[in-house]
Design a protein. Structure first.
Length: 708
């Protein structure tokens, strides 16, 4: 299993003062030997000796500034020698010991560090995200070095046999001359496109192209390749299945079927359901993008490292991103470049923005694997981690201010940009892939839909029914919520019924449109589920308002109204809503609510039937736990249904069922099956929060639903 960037690597191991001299003599390249030595000390210091990377980075940046150069390769041998001495001093200061020079001791410590990185937090976070078992363990490979930093005829790079963003069948990647691999993947320098290598090193490029095609054909999947060129000679370092975006995953899978490399079944297994979901996510509204460009909100453009649109607060370290996500805020992680230590912050972000690095940098590769938008290598971006701000062309964005990034175009904007829904009809490869899935699947695909608009979209996307329509979601719209609150605050049944009569046309209208959208397909409708206090959230602090009013001497009708609301909230308060007055218990205590909802469901079915549209309502009781509850609910539903049919002079078919969502219901499922015509099964997506039902539709007869 591939964990890119999560496990530690130490390059140039074995160098010391003596072997550095030998390396310089052997290669006749004094500058290269000093460069390899300073790289080794900083990498060994960071990974093995746990010295903060900034200590070495600051020294390197200071040396480049003093030498008035922009990049590492411009430093002279003498300057690199001075840097080696500075790095050794950093090691002595930080550890209290000199830098280890015995090669066997270096190797022993490095092996321990590699094995230790398996237990590092970033590796744990990665395994958790991608469901890789912690007990698998890792290996440590010790291999001979080849050097890409031996001059302009040397280099290193990362490439993909197909574009990991789009899936296009083209060699895609980046490389750097006179560099080592860490320079590319860590984003320390912004590399050149792999196509440039065809001009700079044509012989090595031609060989690499042949090998890339051979490896893809052998493994029958798009490959992620790492290579080094030492004095014109190509060395292949590794190959692995490439991380890819959702769009690329679908295109590569369908293309490889057409090319005869894989079967349709293999193609289906290679596309994760979450990737299908990503293709249906919103993108920026191009009209708003144009307004942002002309309105001075355009900031810069970088590499479109991972597609998609993201808006959120700019944050400059991973820990802060995690904190803000915990506060339900959207964040964009902004870094000079990311490292594996930033992984937990990347998972928490909606998008990633880096000043350095390319489309094969750590930020880009991890973002594609996570399905996150990423813009990398924004050279115009000046990030100040100390001040927690970024500057570009005189504009300053401080931490907490909103930014928007477009991973498809590489553009960065100040402020929030609105998004528009994806157009499913444009995803031709996805439609083709899903058509193959349709021929193989044995399950029906129904949708959670609470509005007519969601039903229309679901039908367009191929849903075969509505598995769950949550009626309480229909109550939260601005014009309806006050009526619901009026019903809740009513002192008697008559008052509640007056409010429910106002609500009935809204519910019946919704169901009418939903039936029209799902013409001929079943619609499972769950009666009101949550406790009533959830519709009074705007009054959560009303006790404070009452106290202030009394303290300031305010009086009158407004104070009495607030006091009445507060008393009602006290009556409705639940220590544990799952066990309190909600679901079927709420319907039993207030049967007028059930009556209104059944009238709306069946009345709408009759309305559309008169237009020649076939409605197939299935009425679901929430949170049933005893047969006594179910018996009474069924009797009420049947009584109301008969009344509606007599009033309208027409009958429509409907089904009566329940959701199995509490342990007690599971235990008596065989008894429940004697009264119901269908089950749905409610599961919790997040056990730390209130249960949110995701039904798995079970098309069972009474007999097959019985527990045996």
């Amino acid at each position: 299993m591939s964990m890119p960037g999560m496990m530690d690597t130490v390059l140039n191991l074995g160098l010391n003062d003596d072997s550095r001299k030998g390396l310089a003599t052997l290669t006749k390249n004094e500058r290269f030997a000093w460069d390899a030595y300073r790289r080794f000390i900083s990498m060994f210091g960071r990974i093995v000796l746990d010295i903060p990377a900034e200590k070495f980075d600051h020294a390197l940046e200071a040396k480049k500034k003093a030498a008035r150069v922009q990049t590492d390769p411009e430093l002279s041998p003498k300057q690199l020698e001075e840097l080696v001495d500075e790095f050794k001093a950093i090691v002595r200061t930080q550890t209290g010991k000199p830098f280890p020079t015995e090669p066997k001791e270096q190797l022993r410590l490095a092996i321990e560090a590699v094995f230790g990185s398996w237990f590092g937090q970033r590796a744990k976070d990665y395994r958790k995200q991608f469901k890789i078992a912690d007990d698998l363990g890792t290996a440590c490979s010790v291999v001979t070095m080849v050097y890409g930093n031996m001059g302009d005829d040397s280099g290193t790079g990362v490439a993909f046999t197909r574009d990991p963003n789009t899936g296009e069948k083209v060699l895609y990647g980046e490389y750097l001359t006179n560099a080592q691999g860490e320079d590319v993947v860590a984003g320390i320098r912004t590399p050149s496109k792999i196509a440039q290598m065809k001009k700079d090193l044509p012989k090595a490029y031609a060989e690499f192209d042949r090998i890339a095609k051979r490896l893809e054909k052998h493994y029958r999947d798009a490959q992620d390749l790492e290579f080094t060129i030492e004095r014109g000679k190509l060395y292949m370092l590794q190959t692995r299945s490439a991380k890819r975006t959702a769009a690329a995953a679908v295109k590569i899978a369908t293309d490889m079927v057409r090319e005869g490399l894989i079967t349709k079944d293999e193609a289906l297994r290679r596309v994760d359901p979450m990737q299908v979901e990503q293709l249906l996510l919103p993108r920026f509204d191009q009209k708003e993008v144009e307004r942002a460009r002309t309105g001075g909100r355009y900031l810069a453009k970088g590499l479109n490292a991972s597609p998609g649109a993201a808006t959120g607060r700019a944050v400059f370290d991973a820990d802060r991103a995690v904190v803000l996500k915990g506060q339900k805020q959207l964040v964009v992680l902004v870094r000079p470049e990311t490292s594996p230590d930033d992984f937990h912050g990347m998972v928490a972000a909606t998008g990633i923005l880096t000043a350095r690095g390319g489309s094969t940098s750590h930020a880009a590769v991890v973002a594609r694997g996570l399905g996150l938008p990423c813009v990398a290598g924004v050279a115009a971006l000046d990030i100040d981690l100390q001040k927690r701000e970024m500057r570009v062309d005189g504009k300053v964005i401080k931490e907490g201010e909103a930014i928007s990034i477009d991973g498809t175009t590489g553009e960065v904007f100040a402020g929030e940009l609105p998004t528009i829904a994806a157009n499913f009809r444009e995803e031709k490869e996805l439609i083709e892939l899903l058509s193959w899935a349709d021929k193989k699947r044995k399950l029906g695909v129904w949708v959670n839909a609470d509005t007519p608009g969601e039903c229309r979209l679901a039908r367009e996307l191929g849903a075969e029914g509505v598995g769950l329509a949550r009626t309480e979601h229909m109550f939260r719209e601005a014009e309806r919520l006050p009526i619901v609150q009026e019903m809740i605050l009513a002192n008697d049944t008559a008052g509640r019924k007056r409010a429910l009569e106002k609500l009935l046309p809204f519910q019946q209208g919704d169901f009418r449109e939903m039936y029209e959208a799902m013409d001929g397909l079943p619609v499972v409708i769950r009666l009101i589920d949550p406790p009533l206090h959830e519709f009074l959230r705007e009054y959560a602090d009303i006790n404070v308002e009452i106290a202030v009013a009394r303290a300031t001497g305010s009086n009158g009708l407004e104070l009495e109204k607030k006091a009445r609301i507060y008393r009602r909230l006290e009556q409705l308060h639940e220590d544990n809503p799952m066990l309190g007055l909600r679901g079927c218990r709420l319907l039993l205590v207030y049967p007028e609510i059930l009556e209104m909802q059944i009238r709306a469901i069946l009345g709408a079915a009759i309305d559309v039937a008169e237009k020649g549209i076939k409605a197939k309502p299935e009425i679901m009781m929430p949170l049933v736990g005893t047969m006594g509850e179910l018996d009474r609910l069924e009797a009420q539903v049947r009584d109301v249904a008969e009344t509606v049919f007599k009033e309208r002079g027409k009958r429509v078919e409907f089904k009566f069922g329940t959701m199995i969502e509490i342990p007690r219901a599971c235990i008596i499922a065989d008894q429940i099956a004697t009264k119901t015509e269908f089950f749905s099964f409610g599961t919790s997506r997040d056990t730390s929060r209130r249960r949110s039902s995701r039904p798995i539709r079970s098309r069972c007869s009474t007999a097959t639903a019985s527990a045996r």
